[in-house]
Design a protein around this ligand. Structure first.
Ligand SMILES: Nc1ncnc2c1ncn2[C@@H]1O[C@H](COP(=O)(O)OP(=O)(O)OP(=O)(O)O)[C@@H](O)[C@H]1O
Ligand SMILES: [Mg+2]
Length: 327
């Protein structure tokens, strides 16, 4: 089953255009993976949705003005993800990816004592440096991720067996995944370079990491997905697959379709609009675009159905679908 391949990874980035269902899909993957017995960590960048009011450095200490609220966190009954890892529900923890936290973790690894790292972060000069250099933001996020990847559980396994990142807009996804290479070129030696290399080794290893692109079975999103897949190639990120969300269930058999299409044509001949025609045509578009994706992509395609009204929890519905295979 295609979902098994995802389950075997350590880190999965969920990307795609706005509103296609990245957060819902992330939550559904988390739930499905937890049901399959994984210790899952769900993350997102602090200002992922562009809702941050001001810099996380503005206030003391760590009380970053993060999201007003996070749609991802809402799916776990919270207003926002915690700044430090916390359990959201059995088997699923959550944490924001905060640059500042990454910087603190990084300095702790350099100084070996958390108190000194914290004190160092309170140095005005260092804070200004971290704040000013744009790539340091990404290094912070990157270091957060690396720390989560490396953390060991008391049972000898990994603390976070599967880490899910609900990525912000498509452009940022490319920025983060293309980042290590750019930075490694800039910082050749030292602990930052080592950390970046290690992080990059995780992110570029197809056995451990995968990017999944969420999309809809419609013409424009499919075209954009094909472009994004092209762009991702240059980032060296292994592509796990495309998740086609909102796949509509066609209530008609092929024969019924032909009949309805004939009736619609007859109505058009009389210049009459017909209620429901758009939905009827939408199935055609969805089918056509699904076939186009299947033809064009060289990675697995996972389909998630459009949730029918009254199906209860969307996340559970999608998790069931992931575990049960394609509808
Ligand atoms: N398979 C589905 N069936 C029905 N509704 C869905 C499905 N997937 C997502 N939705 C709904 O679509 C809306 C957008 O979903 P979601 O917030 O997960 O998208 P997103 O890509 O994370 O958006 P954003 O770009 O704002 O972060 C939500 O109202 C969600 O409940
Ligand atoms: Mg979202």
């Amino acid at each position: 089953m295609q979902f098994d391949s995802l389950l075997g990874k350590r880190i999965v980035l969920i990307t795609g255009k706005g509103g296609v269902g990245r957060s819902s899909v992330t939550a559904a993957i988390a739930q499905a993976a937890a049901r399959a017995g994984k210790r899952v960590l769900v993350t997102e960048m602090a200002d992922g949705a562009g809702q941050s009011k001001h810099s996380e450095y503005d206030d003391e200490p760590h009380n970053a003005a993060i999201h007003e609220y996070s749609p991802l966190a809402r799916l776990f009954g919270r207003e926002r993800l915690p700044e430090r890892k916390e359990e959201l529900m059995p088997g699923i923890s959550g944490s924001l990816l905060l640059p500042l936290y990454g910087h603190e973790l990084f300095l702790t690894s350099v100084f070996r004592v958390a108190a000194i790292a914290k004190a160092a972060l309170h140095s005005e000069a260092l804070r200004r440096l971290f704040q000013a250099a744009p790539s340091l933001r990404e290094i912070g996020i990157f270091y957060c991720l690396l720390t989560f990847l490396q953390a060991k559980h008391a049972d000898g396994g990994f603390e976070n067996e599967l880490i899910l990142v609900d990525m912000p807009a498509t452009g940022h996804a490319l920025a983060l995944t293309g980042l290590p290479r750019t930075l490694i070129n800039m910082v050749a030696r030292g602990p930052i370079a080592d950390a970046l290399r290690e992080g990059q080794a995780y992110l570029t290893d197809p056995a451990q990491s995968a990017t999944y692109v969420v999309t809809l079975p419609e013409a424009l999103p499919v075209s954009e997905t094909l472009e994004l897949l092209e762009g991702l190639k240059s980032s060296n990120m292994p592509i796990g697959g495309v998740i086609l969300n909102h796949v509509p269930r066609d209530p008609f058999t092929a024969e019924e379709r032909r009949e309805v299409a004939g009736m619609l044509d007859a109505a058009h001949a009389k210049e009459k609009g017909v209620l429901g025609e758009q939905s009827f045509r939408y199935f055609d578009e969805a089918k056509r675009e699904t076939e186009r994706l299947e033809r064009e992509i060289k990675v697995p395609l996972l389909r998630l159905p459009d949730a029918p009204p009254g199906c209860g929890s969307l996340v559970s519905f999608l998790a069931d679908s992931l575990l049960g295979g394609s509808p």
